[in-house]
Write a protein that binds this ligand. Structure first.
Ligand code: GRF
Length: 204
């Protein structure tokens, strides 16, 4: 069984999608072992507690640099024997030392079809506002590996979502979550658990 750590900063609806997938038996090779939040009041923490998952809060403001923050995070993840790290609405950019150390084992969900509307500054409603401003008729979500380039790692799964003429950033965000993010994130996690289990056995 692979230990999955989910890193969050906000509502945690993608975390909930993982919890629900696990409950439905769709993550047979993965265990949701730890949820780390960058904000003490993130609703995601409540979702984790309700599901009986161990939680921790690690606030960037409590550390002098992003390297120190990443060291503390690494210690938590190592203690929990983490095999796979899932960034699900995690708003902290992690340093290269961290992404290299866990290369191939960190993934992120982004609410657009990368390489559109991604990179520094594209988070939350800004992504959907940018898609509407551009006039795209199709947007969606992407699950990709995390590297030192923000939203730049190789793509694992994508799903398209239609933009409606009367969409606001809020309605589009909701549809992208429901139709794409909550579908492809659990699928990608299950795929990686299979991959690690089949080809490499239990990871250290
Ligand atoms: C999602 O749109 C995710 O793609 C983005 O941030 C949002 C987080 O939502 N990275 P939630 O906290 O999972 O509800």
């Amino acid at each position: 069984m692979l230990n999955i750590a989910v890193l969050v900063s906000g509502g945690g609806s993608n975390l909930q999608a993982l919890i629900d997938a696990k409950t439905r038996g769709e993550l047979p090779r993965g265990r949701l072992a730890l949820v780390v939040s960058s904000k003490a009041r993130a609703y995601a923490l409540k979702r984790a507690e309700a599901a009986g998952i161990q939680t921790a809060v690690l606030r960037p403001a409590d550390y002098p640099s992003s390297e120190h923050y990443a060291e503390a995070l690494t210690a938590l993840l190592t203690e929990a024997k983490t095999d796979l790290i899932v960034l699900a609405g995690f708003l902290v950019v992690l340093p290269k030392s961290f992404t290299q150390r866990f290369a191939g084992r960190i993934i992120n969900v982004h609410p657009s079809l990368i390489p559109s509307f991604c990179g520094p500054g594209y988070y939350g409603l800004r992504v959907h506002q940018a898609a509407l401003d551009y006039g795209v008729k199709l947007t969606g979500a992407t699950v990709h590996y995390v590297t030192e380039v923000v939203d730049g790692g190789r793509i694992i799964l994508q799903k398209g979502v239609e933009v409606h003429p009367d969409d606001t950033p809020e309605t589009l965000q909701r549809r992208v979550m429901e139709e794409a993010e909550w579908v492809i994130l659990p699928k990608a996690v299950a795929l990686l658990c299979d991959k690690f289990t089949n080809t490499e056995g239990e990871l250290p």
